[in-house]
Design a protein around this ligand. Structure first.
Ligand SMILES: [Zn+2]
Ligand SMILES: [Zn+2]
Length: 671
């Protein structure tokens, strides 16, 4: 499991309020500055009467901004509590790279700096006239908001008198801090329809180990959705009850939270009168024992005993122990992490994620051989994994593959050159047919492209263009057409010297030129060939944009031994060229990553234009069910390339300006 909270160790920062905007009906907008100069937007909700009173700082979750706390903040102000909400860097109106565009490096950098953002807002709050400095509450939502709320409480232990934690968990140091302060009032809130599993398990665990007087658990029931991504993942349908989104389905919660802060900050500061305790996770004693000295060995014995009675015994929720392991990993205690992850593999031997997580722990501990072994095991288990969602399997695959790429000594990877070859332009193409939600009347001259990759004795085409007259007739605004084989010759390779053609998908403008490269081996996803040679032409089949002549040529080439079938996601086609399955632009489309320094991802129609990437908008041809998956894959492309600049869209003319060559507009020298 990836994407664990960065450890939140930040020195207290001085806030500098650099200017005040006019009062808005929902609080006064305030411009703050983080110590590194990043502009931060906050909203200040002051009580109507100026008398002294407590303050509350409200921190948003990783897929929302400060507005998500507005209702609670204005209720607090009415109740005489001074509340401040803030957009953390990368969110809402604050500065920094927008979070939707973060690469993993930018994500970690932002997470490292976030405690400074929180403290800028903290300093602003406690310096407001009338705020009683030593009586402050913090509310946090989601993995990000809860993690930051607890981290801020650790930095200000004498001033923080109350917490409200919605749908998130803390790290090892945060958990220890809360255990060491058993009287600190905490309200936990969780809804089972939270769209970011395993928040449900992890939060139930957090509450269970911290339960006691002053600890309240508001737990709403509901149906658990499938795992579709992490909290900050774009494209996850945001219809569930994660964090402050719980207010939609449970409107009384905002009032419960306001009452909580009134009780624990105004009526009885630093105390809560909670009599009812919620049901703890049944496995809590075992989970606590795992963390005790020598605990992993004792629990391993107990697990073996339980197994001898019931071979299917599952003594704890898998995700809880995974997260526990990552807590130790995040705190630098890699040996403990290895022990804990091993225990989870013992309990869940068929879980790809459990093996991948153990591999992470071994890698952090410098044990490369077992790290490799368990990453390989994770990959081996994925094809038979029927319980995880497709998105989750993708995450596990990329995580395990990423480690193997580091760990397995590679045969020398060819230094591939990459050229985009534009064989035609279609003028005045409606952008709304490419970018979901673009204005209906917007037009663009789109590039018709194939890509030439050379190295290691191979001349590889990614896609093959088209040349049949019927398509030229169907798109009369086609201009500057140069038959794909001639266009490739212009790029420097005679067509008979093309050794391989990787087909992204079977659409006419991508597979329609394979007959021009008769000596090449064709690479296509197994399911793509199977569907368009079969089911697509049955009464319930779909074959829009597929040319029967292309399919006939593909099948003929296959019977001659000239086709290689690519078996799914993350498959290496040639050394350093790996195929990834996209969402269903066609039945089984693929995009590729070309390794090298730096790597590039060639998206083909899995991302039409830079605009899809910039605005995280799905391609307009994707079906309703696949739009979220398309956005997910665009994010994955950025991760695989290491930067959005190195994802090359399928029909965008811009690469021909960005990567110029002497064949202006025709050939882009990408690398
Ligand atoms: Zn297409
Ligand atoms: Zn296309």
């Amino acid at each position: 499991m990836k994407r664990v909270l960065a450890s939140a160790a930040g020195a207290a920062a001085l806030a500098a309020a650099v200017g005040l905007a006019p009062t808005s009906p929902d609080g006064r907008v305030v411009a703050l500055r983080a110590p590194d100069g990043t502009a931060l937007a906050a909203s200040d909700f002051a009580p109507p009467s100026a008398g002294p009173g407590p303050g509350v700082l409200l921190l948003h979750q990783g897929n929302r901004d400060r507005k998500s706390w507005e209702d609670v903040a204005s209720r607090l102000a009415k109740a005489g509590i001074h509340a401040v909400t803030v957009d953390l860097r990368g969110f809402g109106d604050s500065g920094g790279t927008p979070h939707a565009k973060w690469t993993s490096a930018e994500r970690s950098a932002a997470r490292k700096a976030t405690p400074d953002d929180v403290d800028a807002a903290w300093q602003f709050l406690v310096s407001q006239p009338g705020v009683t400095r030593g009586v402050v509450g913090i509310g946090g939502a989601g993995a990000d908001g809860v993690g930051q709320a607890v981290a801020a409480a650790r930095r200000h232990p004498t001033e923080v008198k109350s917490l409200a934690l919605l749908s998130g968990e803390t790290d090892l140091a945060g958990g220890r801090f809360l255990k060491d302060h058993p009287r600190l009032p905490i309200l936990f809130a969780l809804a089972d329809d939270d769209e970011y599993p395993p928040t449900q398990d992890v939060m139930a665990w957090t509450y269970s180990v911290l339960a006691g007087p002053g600890r309240r658990f508001v737990h709403y029931g509901g149906r658990r959705p499938p795992w579709l991504g992490f909290e900050d993942r774009e494209g996850v349908p945001d219809t569930g009850g994660h964090g402050t989104d719980m207010f939609r389905g449970h409107p009384e919660l905002a009032g419960i939270l306001a009452d909580w802060f009134v009780e624990t900050l105004v009526k009885t500061p630093g105390r809560a009168d909670v009599r009812e305790t919620a049901a703890a996770l049944p496995s809590t004693p075992l989970l606590e024992e795992i963390e005790a000295p020598g605990g992993t060995e004792r629990v391993a014995k107990k697990l073996a005993e339980a197994r001898s009675g019931d071979p299917d015994a599952r003594p704890w929720p898998e995700a809880v122990v995974t997260l526990m392991g990552y807590h130790y990993l995040g705190a630098g205690e890699s040996k403990r992490a290895v022990e804990i992850m091993k225990l989870n593999v013992a309990a869940y031997p068929d879980s790809a994620d459990a093996h991948d997580s153990l591999s992470d722990a071994y890698l952090a501990d410098g044990q490369k051989d077992p790290a490799r072994e368990h990453a390989e095991k994770a990959l081996a288990l994925l094809p038979s994994d029927t319980t995880d969602s497709a998105v989750r399997k993708t995450e596990i695959l990329d995580s395990a593959q990423g480690k193997l790429d580091q760990l397995v000594p590679k045969a020398a990877r060819p230094a591939y050159s990459i050229q985009a070859v534009r064989y035609a332009t279609i003028r005045d193409f409606p952008v709304s047919a490419l970018v979901m939600g673009a204005p209906e009347d917007e037009k663009l001259d789109i590039a018709m492209v194939l890509w030439l990759i050379r190295g290691g004795g191979h001349n590889v085409l990614f896609d093959s263009g088209f040349h049949r007259a019927k398509w030229l007739a169907e798109f009369p605004s086609t201009a500057d057409f140069l038959r794909p084989d001639e266009a490739v010759r212009l790029a420097g390779v005679p067509p008979e010297e093309i050794t391989d053609v990787i087909i992204s998908h079977a659409h006419w403008d991508h597979m329609g030129g394979i007959d021009l490269f008769p000596k090449a081996t064709i690479w296509i996803q197994r399911d793509e060939l199977a569907y368009y040679a079969g089911g697509a032409w049955q009464p319930d089949g779909r074959h829009g944009g597929i040319d029967p002549e292309d399919v006939a040529e593909l099948v003929r080439r296959n019977t001659e031994g000239g086709v290689r079938l690519v078996g799914g996601d993350g498959v290496e086609i040639l050394p350093g060229i790996r195929a990834y399955t996209g969402a269903r632009h066609t039945f089984a489309s693929q995009y590729i990553r070309v390794d090298g320094d730096p790597p590039f991802v060639l998206a083909s129609d899995n991302c039409y234009l830079y605009r899809n990437l910039d605005e995280r908008r799905p391609g307009a041809t994707f079906g309703d069910d696949d739009r979220a998956a398309n956005v997910f894959h665009q994010g994955r492309m950025v991760e695989l390339a290491g930067s959005p600049d190195r994802v090359i869209p399928g029909h965008d003319p811009k690469p021909f300006e960005k990567f110029p060559s002497k064949e202006k507009g025709r050939i882009a020298q990408i690398r």
